[in-house]
Design a binder for this molecule. Structure first.
Ligand SMILES: *[C@@H]1O[C@H](CO)[C@@H](O)[C@H](O)[C@H]1NC(C)=O
Ligand SMILES: *[C@@H]1O[C@H](CO)[C@@H](O)[C@H](O)[C@H]1NC(C)=O
Length: 517
């Protein structure tokens, strides 16, 4: 190694270590477990690599670390009850239609929104920026339609990184500069995509009105704070829970999009609890994992649906691990079924004996199944679940049916089909290979890009100029208008000149004739 490279590489080390041991504040107050799981997995990577991470949550996180300081602001009793009730009511209705599901989601959205706002009024949170002893270098915001929380980064005057369990869609446009509508070759598809894209922009606009109000309420009395409209222009980058290289859609994207899909999945699975390990070890025909997520508790299901599911599963050759909260009230007894209050879903999916994952089409579960190459039968209930299930089926990784209209025969037939037709397993195994093949793992990406933002003081150079441009400039409307004027001027000048020349050459009589023609 030459002296020069030695010098520069040691300089590199200095740059790297200037980012080490940063104080990071993470606001992960969204009261949905599926969001927290993804977001806190990102914080954990930072904690494990020497950063001091203060995390604000409203739910008990499933991970802990000595470098994670928790500010836990739990749901009140009433909040807990109202959330349970709204989930139960959604389970009772048919939400197979995406638009009506979104519409019904509004109770959930407004519940999460109110809690997010109340969290920012908590004394412990206000103290983070009012008490000058607190020093932070970076703020992470767990994003679920809560732009106003970015205000805390402005209070602390530090860069902000967005962490989200969602994928790229129009709501992120104001942070990224642009989100391209999914390209498609067929006219009807393009038309549909464009309509959906603009409907989502409209939805975003409505969300922003609420956010502006909350922002004013929380920070409006501080003249040093930026206008709400400028808040999102300070976002350095967005960590998305997706990986479009393998999942699609392939579209043009900006550097501030960092995709870390699968971040919640451990590099190496942990050993299974003894009971589950023993149960699986003598499953000579393979095994099925049935887990309907953390939001839909067994008790929300119709007893008749549970009975139907039990009848089908009890007759299978395969063993079944069924996540069930209340072990005093199990749906029935059968040799081949193990009810378990708590299941380490990811570790079980990694087990070679698992041949099918029956889930509720939450993004987390589908991603884990895809990561481990396990085919699925999805029973979507509400929110984004029907759409997730549709995509999974379209990708060829399994089948789907509504949980609300479940009948024994089709449930049985679909299980058989996914177990016995090898095409689903082949497809998902091929996907798994693609999904894991990346230049940086999901965990490395979180670490690298967060430290990049720290090293480069928010890395504003990474931003698309579109972030700071208005609608007219961003869409070149002024340029089109200018070019149209010029074209009209040139065309009418040409016409005038042609007429003039023609008249000179042929005389007036002809022109009159031409006009009549
Ligand atoms: C880590 O953050 C906490 C909470 O902000 C703070 O009290 C503590 O002093 C920090 N530790 C270090 C080593 O900076
Ligand atoms: C956001 O603001 C902080 C502090 O004011 C600054 O350091 C950072 O560079 C800004 N980030 C962007 C992307 O503009």
């Amino acid at each position: 190694m030459s002296l020069q490279t030695l010098f520069f590489s040691s300089l590199g080390v200095v740059f790297m270590s200037s980012a080490l041991g940063a104080n990071i504040l993470a606001v992960f107050s969204c009261a949905f477990p599926s969001h927290l799981i993804v977001e806190i997995s990102m914080a954990k990577v930072l904690a494990e690599n020497g950063h001091n991470v203060t995390v604000i949550t409203t739910l008990k996180p499933h991970v802990s670390h000595k470098n994670i300081n928790l500010i836990y602001i739990p749901l009140t009793k009433e909040e807990q009850l109202s959330q349970d009730a709204s989930i139960a009511s959604m389970v009772e209705r048919d939400n197979s239609n995406m638009v009506s599901a979104l519409f019904r989601m509004r109770d959930q959205v407004s519940f999460a929104f109110k809690k997010n706002r109340n969290v920012m009024k908590d004394r412990r949170v206000i103290d983070l920026y009012e008490n000058k002893d607190n020093q932070f270098d970076l703020v992470m915001i767990g994003y679920f339609l809560n732009d106003f929380q970015i205000g805390i980064a402005q209070k602390l005057k530090v860069p902000v990184v967005i962490a989200t369990s969602m994928f790229q869609w129009e709501v992120f446009e104001s942070m990224l500069g642009s989100v391209q509508a999914k390209p498609a070759s067929f006219f009807s598809e393009r038309l549909g995509n464009l309509i959906i894209s603009n409907a989502l922009r409209l939805f975003t606009y409505a969300i922003k009105l609420d956010n502006a109000k909350a922002y004013k309420e929380l920070y409006g009395n501080d003249p040093s704070m930026p206008a709400y409209a400028d808040l999102n222009k300070n976002v350095s980058l967005v960590l998305f829970n997706s990986y479009s290289f393998s999942e699609g859609p392939i579209r043009s994207s900006v550097p501030a999009v960092i995709e870390v899909g699968g971040i919640q999945i451990k590099d190496k699975p942990d050993p299974l609890p003894l009971k589950i390990a023993n149960f699986l070890s003598d499953a000579k025909d393979g095994a099925i994992l049935l887990c309907l997520g953390s939001n839909v508790k067994g008790a929300h299901l119709q007893p008749s649906t549970v009975k139907k599911m039990f009848n089908v599963l009890a007759k299978l050759k395969q063993k079944v691990i069924w996540k069930w909260e209340d072990l005093n009230k199990i749906p029935g007894k059968s040799e081949n079924i193990l009810f378990s209050e708590w299941v380490p879903q990811n570790d079980i999916l990694a087990h070679p004996k698992i041949r099918l994952f029956i889930n509720h089409a939450g993004r987390g579960g589908i991603t884990e199944s895809q990561f481990h190459g396990k085919p699925m039968l999805s029973l979507p209930v509400f929110g984004d679940q029907p759409a997730n299930a549709d995509k999974m089926v379209k990708d060829g990784f399994g089948l789907s049916m509504s949980l609300l209209t479940l009948e024994e025969q089709p449930f049985h037939d679909k299980i058989k089909e996914v177990l016995e037709n090898p095409k689903y397993t082949q497809k998902v195994k091929a996907f798994s290979k693609l999904f894991r093949d990346r230049p940086l793992t999901a965990r490395q990406s979180v670490l690298y890009w967060t430290e990049y933002v720290l090293r480069h003081h928010g890395a504003p150079h990474l931003q698309s100029p579109l972030v700071h441009m208005g609608f007219i400039a961003a869409n070149n409307l002024d340029v089109y208008a200018f070019l149209t004027c010029i074209s009209i001027f040139i065309l009418s000048s040409c016409q005038f000149i042609v007429k003039l020349v023609y008249r000179k050459m042929t005389g007036n009589a002809h022109i009159r004739k031409l006009k009549i023609l």
